[in-house]
Design a protein around this ligand. Structure first.
Ligand SMILES: O=C(CO)[C@@H](O)[C@H](O)COP(=O)(O)O
Length: 236
C-alpha cells in the first residue's frame, strides 16, 4: 500500500475512534459534534460524515476531503495488484467541514479540530462571555482565559475565520463561538479532543464556583509559569 493510503487509513481509524471519547465524556448528544484530523504531508483531511450517529461510525465512513472541504476519493493499485479504494463518495462530510478546513488552511501547525455543543461551555458561549482563568488547570491547559469568538452562521468561511482570528493571538486551544459552542484545536486530533474535554470541565467548575461567589483571579505571572511547566515539562 502507498504511504498516502496507509496514512489515510490510519487517520480515518484515529478520527473514528476519537468520536467515542466525545460520547464517553458526555460532550455530545445525537450527532451534534465532530472530530477531524489533517492527513500530514498532504492537503487533505478526514472528518465525520454528516448526520451519521456515533454508534454507526466505522473508519470507512470517515470522509476524506481537500482543505476546502470538497470530498475526494479514488482507487489505487496495491503492490499485489489489488485495487484499493479510499474516500467515501456515498457520504457527505459534516456540516461543520468548512470551519475545520479553514482552520487547517490558515493554521499550518494544527493537526486536529473538534466541535461540540457540550453543555457548560456552550452555556458560556450563549452569554458571549469568556471563561476567566481562575483554576491552575486552566493555566496549564489554556494559558489564560478561554476566549469568545464572533457570532457566525454555518455555510461559508465565517465560523472558520472567527476561530482563527480569535485563537491566533491566544494560548488557548479552545474558542467559544458566540451563541454556538466550543471549537478546539491541537497538534493532532487526539490533542484537540483533550482540549474539548478540558474546556467542558473548566466551564463547569468555574460556573459552579461562581454560584458560591466571585472566583479569585490568578496573577498573570503565575498563569505563565503554570502554562510553561505544563506545556514543556509535565509528562516528559
Ligand atoms: O453545529 C452544528 C449545527 O449548528 C453541527 O455541529 C451539527 O449539529 C453536527 O452536524 P453534522 O456533523 O452531523 O453535519
Amino acid at each position: 500500500m502507498s504511504a498516502l493510503l496507509e496514512t489515510i487509513a490510519r487517520i480515518r481509524r484515529e478520527v473514528c475512534d476519537l468520536h467515542a471519547e466525545l460520547t464517553r465524556y458526555g460532550l455530545v448528544v445525537w450527532t451534534a459534534g465532530n472530530v477531524s484530523g489533517r492527513i500530514p504531508g498532504y492537503d487533505l483531511m478526514v472528518i465525520k460524515p454528516s448526520g451519521l450517529s456515533y454508534d454507526d461510525l466505522t473508519p470507512e465512513t470517515m470522509v476524506v476531503t481537500d482543505l476546502y472541504g470538497t470530498p475526494v476519493s479514488g482507487t489505487s493499485t496495491g503492490g499485489d495488484g489489488t485495487i484499493l479504494e479510499w474516500g467515501n463518495p456515498a457520504l457527505t462530510p459534516s456540516s461543520d467541514t468548512a470551519a475545520h478546513a479553514y482552520v487547517y488552511r490558515n493554521m499550518p501547525d494544527v493537526g486536529g479540530v473538534v466541535h461540540t455543543h457540550s453543555t457548560y461551555a456552550t452555556a458560556w458561549a450563549a452569554r458571549g462571555e469568556e471563561i476567566p482563568c481562575v483554576l491552575t488547570m486552566m493555566g496549564d491547559e489554556f494559558g489564560g482565559p478561554i476566549p469568545v469568538g464572533p457570532f457566525a452562521l454555518i455555510g461559508d468561511d465565517s465560523i472558520g475565520q472567527g476561530i482563527v482570528e480569535t485563537l491566533k493571538n491566544s494560548n488557548s486551544p479552545a474558542v467559544l463561538m458566540q451563541n454556538h459552542g466550543p471549537f478546539t484545536i491541537g497538534k493532532d486530533a487526539r490533542s484537540a479532543v483533550k482540549a474539548a474535554v478540558m474546556c467542558e470541565e473548566v466551564a463547569r467548575t468555574v460556573h459552579v464556583s461562581r454560584q458560591l461567589g466571585e472566583p479569585l483571579p490568578i496573577d498573570q505571572g503565575q498563569i505563565e509559569s503554570l502554562y510553561d511547566r505544563y506545556q514543556n515539562v509535565y509528562g516528559r
